[in-house]
Design a protein around this ligand. Structure first.
Ligand code: BG6
Length: 463
């Protein structure tokens, strides 16, 4: 069986500024919440590794671009670090950052690698977090101004812009589930943050459409497909609620221009409605995107609740469902998540059937493995599991495309093993291994496999 993709299919990988760049003395980067949290809440990060110790993209950018070219990438996503470009979040632009990003974009374009540039990947400048981050409406204006500066500076070099990576995460992880700084646990505040992020997205799209810029603009979302334990009405209801809170709340605002009605009814009933002004809804309604990125790692399996939530506890979507551990599910034990390639097909069909078959691409997909050094043979990580993972997901994607899904590309997470929120370097995802002792970057077996796929624009089942 041959799996062929269109000749202009986007092949590449994704990373983010904070996870890859690192800092060096004199780079004039301002502090962001991750620089701050990884130092001041160091115990929350695997082996206490801070943002200073990433894969050194800032210093080794040219060599890293050569490494991408060696994999035959035709596209690559990273983000601009807001606090590198504008150290205080507003005001003065950092000339070193302009120089760095200019060289990066030129370097990518010269190598025939299209830059996919994201403006925000979880990394709020600390100065703006001090006034409340996205909880504060003023920060929407700061973000709009930052986006405009990026468009003005780099629009001739970038054809694909993205406003946010996974907008749900800063709200959910930072304001409800105690995973990201500022470690607030309060649903209503999380909902406020999400609403303001959606408005910031709309403002950036608006400023982009008003300016003399070419190119396309979109957003990157992690759409976790929800599966009920059974067809019992209570399980179906549980799935409906998980989907409403974690997917439809955001998807429908971005892709349909309105929040789901049911959400407002529930939040009002539980006194959890954030402040939403009349003009906000009009702005959401008039905003459209050109290209959607989907990050897919895992399914969400749910069942009806087995016990009542504590009525005096913290309100959360988990009041309406329990996670379900399906017998025999296939796990990635390093990260504690299920591997379910068919979920990618289901997402593709949902975009096709429910969201107008908008142009989209897989903006992240990948498998993080702990202890990859044990798979080194002859100096190379023999990551057959990653090749199998890639293949299985590409086969599902291919099937959906054969059935009419408008998928334009596939980006793997990630290019070189990178630092991660909380897990730092625990789980490795890259096509290149990063040796933390020597700093050496060596191509894994999956890198070679992916390169051949790109060169052939597909693969056969035997390969
Ligand atoms: C995605 C994020 O959700 O998952 C990335 O966009 C992140 O930034 C990736 O690194 C993998 O997650 P983790 O926590 O295993 O690094």
């Amino acid at each position: 069986m041959e799996y062929n993709f269109s000749k202009d299919f986007f092949w590449g990988a994704a990373t983010s500024a904070t996870q890859s760049e690192g800092t060096i003395a004199g780079d004039n980067k301002g502090e962001n919440i991750w620089d701050y949290a990884s130092k001041n809440y160091n115990h929350r990060f695997f082996e206490g590794v801070t943002t200073e110790h990433t894969s050194r993209f800032y210093q080794e950018m040219e060599a890293d671009l050569d490494r991408m070219a060696a994999l035959s990438f035709n596209s690559f996503r990273t983000s601009i670090s807001w606090s590198r470009l504008i150290p205080e979040g507003t005001g003065e632009v950092n000339p070193e950052a302009v120089d760095f990003y200019t060289r990066m974009l030129d370097g990518l374009n010269q190598r025939g690698i299209k830059p996919f540039i994201n403006l925000y990947h979880f990394d709020m400048p600390m100065k703006l977090q001090e006034i409340g981050g996205f909880e504060n409406r003023e920060v929407i204006e700061a973000y709009r101004a930052y986006a405009k500066i990026c468009f003005d500076l780099f629009h001739e070099k970038v054809a694909y812009w993205f406003t946010f990576n996974e907008p749900m995460i800063p709200a959910e992880a930072g304001y409800l589930h105690d995973r990201h700084y500022p470690y607030v646990v309060d649903f209503k505040r999380a909902a406020q943050v999400l609403h303001h992020i959606i408005l910031a997205h709309c403002e950036a799209v608006k400023v982009f459409r008003q300016g003399p810029y070419q190119g396309k603009i979109g957003i990157i979302m992690d759409v976790i497909p929800v599966y009920p334990r059974s067809q019992h009405p209570a399980d179906l209801k549980a799935a409906e609620m998980a989907d409403l809170f974690y997917t439809r709340s955001l998807n429908e605002a971005i892709l349909k221009g309105r929040y789901p009605q049911e959400l407002k009814a529930i939040l009002t009933r539980y006194d959890q409605m954030p402040r939403v002004e009349e003009q906000d809804l009009a702005l959401i309604a008039e905003t459209t995107i050109d290209l959607l990125g989907i990050n897919y790692y895992r399914p969400r399996r749910v069942k009806a609740k087995e016990s009542l939530p504590n009525p005096e506890g913290v309100f959360s979507p988990e009041w309406f469902y329990d996670d379900y551990e399906m017998p025999g599910r296939r796990m990635n034990t390093s990260r504690g998540i299920e591997i379910y390639p068919h979920g990618l097909y289901d997402i593709a069909k949902k975009i096709q059937l429910k969201y107008g078959n908008i142009d989209w691409f897989v903006s992240e997909n990948g498998i993080g493995i702990q202890g990859e050094e044990t798979f080194i043979e002859g100096g190379q990580v023999q990551d057959n599991y990653r090749i199998a993972f890639l293949k299985e997901h590409l086969i599902e994607l291919h099937q959906a495309m054969m059935e009419g899904s408008n998928c334009l590309g596939y980006h793997m997470w990630t290019f070189v093993d990178c630092w991660s929120w909380q897990n730092a370097f625990k789980n490795r995802y890259g096509f290149y291994r990063l040796d933390l002792e020597t700093g050496e970057k060596t191509m894994k077996k999956s890198g070679l496999w992916f390169k051949e796929v790109i060169q052939k624009n597909g693969f056969s089942n035997e390969f």
